[in-house]
Design a protein around this ligand. Sequence first.
Ligand code: SAM
Length: 235
Amino acid sequence: MRVDAVTLFPAMIDSPLSESIVGRARTEGFLELGFANPRDFTEDRHRTVDDKPYGGGTGMVMMAEPVYRALKQLRKKGSFVILLTPKGRRFDQSVALELSKKKHLVFICGHYEGIDERVTPLADLELSIGDYVLTGGEPAAVAVIDAVTRLIPGVLRKSDATVNETFTDGLLEAPHYTRPAVWRGKTVPPELVSGNHKLIAAWRSKLAAELTGKARPDLKPPQQVKKKSRGKAAH
Ligand code: SAM
């Protein structure tokens, strides 16, 4: 999969995604990551990317043109463009699964007070990683790219590693235990050391249902991601 990001701070995405499983996915060619910095698409001496908001108010707003030009460089036929914003659709495992099937994702990361609203119609999806406000879209891009990358077939060495995990089937996953069997006086549930696969599966289903009912009664089975209809702005 190819993933690109329009960002003023590429290192905020590149660096965390160079480690661990995603870092390995990059070196093994499962994920190609690229960037375009709106600052490189400015024409003035100061390489200005932001300006004061019309109507007044605090903070600065990212100007549409440098973002548009950066996006234009990255976007190809078939690209799926995601604008990261706290006002977007809430990211969850079902969205991650849908995005993992795309060939090319392009993230637009805002900063400061956000991006000129006229850029919004250029995106196929407005996406939020939760009901809180980050300083920029970069940490959100890292979270989404991480969750999507581990769903690309071949990235996790055991192909079933993502099948029964939390959120995949609308349930939280049953708890895990590892050796030793007795740790500081605490034992492992006997079903897990029984060697009886049916018993283990039944125990896990029961625990998953109980845990979900207690901790997240709101969870529902995954839904499809819809591509939104585009506005009138030029592409
Ligand atoms: N003024 C904006 C508002 O009140 O909605 C918040 C802007 S925020 C400080 C700067 C940028 O961080 C946003 O343009 C967006 O790209 C990103 N961002 C902040 N919180 C986010 C979240 N929960 N999910 C995704 N992106 C987020």
